[in-house]
Write a new protein. Structure first.
Length: 94
């Protein structure tokens, strides 16, 4: 998926509402990474995981953006990476 497809997918998945506070979000909205987009995370997990729609949340602004991050929760990160990698493997098989 390219960036526009990811944005459209996440926006539609969230029903155009902030995934933290449930406020209505105007298109194109703001996307937040659950596993933050850092050089370290890109090196460890790769772009396919960091920029995957399952790692993105639609948010209304910076206040809610901060609440999406799971950077201090290694078990949640491991679970999400596993889910994303499994999803990618299944997409390749299809």
């Amino acid at each position: 998926m390219d960036q526009r497809e990811v944005r459209t997918y996440v926006f539609n998945r969230a029903g155009g509402r902030c995934e933290v506070c449930d406020r209505k979000v105007q298109w194109p909205g703001q996307l937040a990474h659950k596993i933050p987009q850092t050089k370290h995370n890109l090196r460890v997990h790769g772009e396919s995981v960091i920029h995957h729609p399952l790692n993105m949340a639609l948010v209304c602004g910076l206040h809610c953006n901060d609440k999406v991050s799971i950077s201090n929760h290694p078990v949640e990160i491991a679970d999400l990476v596993e889910l994303i990698e499994e999803t990618i493997r299944n997409e390749v098989k299809s």
